[in-house]
Design a protein around this ligand. Structure first.
Ligand SMILES: NC(=O)c1ccc[n+]([C@@H]2O[C@H](COP(=O)([O-])OP(=O)(O)OC[C@H]3O[C@@H](n4cnc5c(N)ncnc54)[C@H](OP(=O)(O)O)[C@@H]3O)[C@@H](O)[C@H]2O)c1
Length: 241
């Protein structure tokens, strides 16, 4: 690509499979995109590494475990030489875990691990990325959440009963508060990808990853300052808190 065209840089953790892998794949269809794809085990991420061949954009794979704070603290050193003088345009806090449990039976260790991965990791990664977001034009932080984190929608999920997802829902409700960043110039959005056919969403889900992600990327790229602080679905509709 011409050196006179400034690339748009994206950092996405959780890209070995599922929605993160599909986001990376679609972004790499555009030569202007530089994607820094974080995953826990880069050497085992065959599908992710396979995206390099045929990619029009630029892919850099880095080791990043969002439940390991040292791994997050190593991110600035890893991405500084990749980004050079171009800032980070988009941080998509995508990595996540979820197990089935209920409020009265949940395992406290699973609860803490889920909070560490789904909530605290994204907060710390956002902090670590601030110097790079500051240099970027778009300055967007997208927290991949779930409608299961909507307290107002909790009754919709009563049917899950004993097969509920208590720790997961709590972790996403907490993540939603990360929208309240003290910096007004950062566009922060909580975005639910819909119910997607991945290892997490499973095959009964409504959406293919490609369909969810094509819409996610529209919402994310069109989001403006006025959208900051919103809790949105993959098609841009507002989800009640
Ligand atoms: N699928 C749905 O229906 C749905 C609905 C609402 C919200 N979401 C959210 O969408 C996001 C992606 O979900 P998905 O459906 O793509 O799930 P998935 O298929 O289970 O994939 C999860 C991804 O996150 C990575 N990951 C897990 N823990 C990690 C950690 N500690 N550090 C770094 N990466 C980690 C996994 O990497 P490994 O391969 O190393 O395990 C994998 O790449 C999650 O935040 C999820 O909560 C999904």
């Amino acid at each position: 690509m011409s050196s006179s065209v400034r690339q748009t840089a994206w950092l996405i953790p959780g890209t070995s499979r599922g929605i993160g892998l599909e986001i990376t794949r679609q972004l790499l269809e555009c030569p202007n995109n530089l994607v820094i794809a974080g995953c826990r085990n880069p050497e085992k991420a065959a599908a992710l590494n396979g995206l390099k061949s045929g990619a029009k954009g630029t892919l850099h794979v880095i080791q990043l475990d969002v439940a390991d704070f040292d791994s997050i603290r190593a991110v600035p050193k890893a991405i500084a030489p990749i980004l050079g003088e171009i800032g980070l345009a988009y941080l998509i806090n995508n990595a996540g875990i979820g197990k089935e449990d209920t409020p009265l039976t949940l395992d406290p260790e699973v609860f803490l691990e889920t909070l560490r991965t789904n909530t605290v990791g994204p907060v710390l990664l956002t902090q670590a990325c601030m110097p790079f977001l500051n240099k970027g034009k778009e300055k967007k932080v997208i927290n991949v959440t779930s409608t299961l984190g909507s307290i107002a929608s909790a009754d919709m999920f009563n049917h899950l009963g004993a097969g509920g997802v208590a720790t997961y829902s709590i972790s996403k409700a907490a993540l939603n508060m990360l929208l309240k960043l003290e910096r007004r110039d950062i566009v922060a959005i909580a975005l639910c990808p819909g119910w997607v056919k991945t290892d997490m969403g499973m095959q009964a889900a409504d959406l293919e990853p490609a369909e969810s992600v094509v819409n996610i990327l529209k919402v994310v790229t069109f989001a403006m300052a006025a959208d900051s602080g919103k809790y949105l679905s993959h098609i841009g509709t507002v989800i009640p808190w």
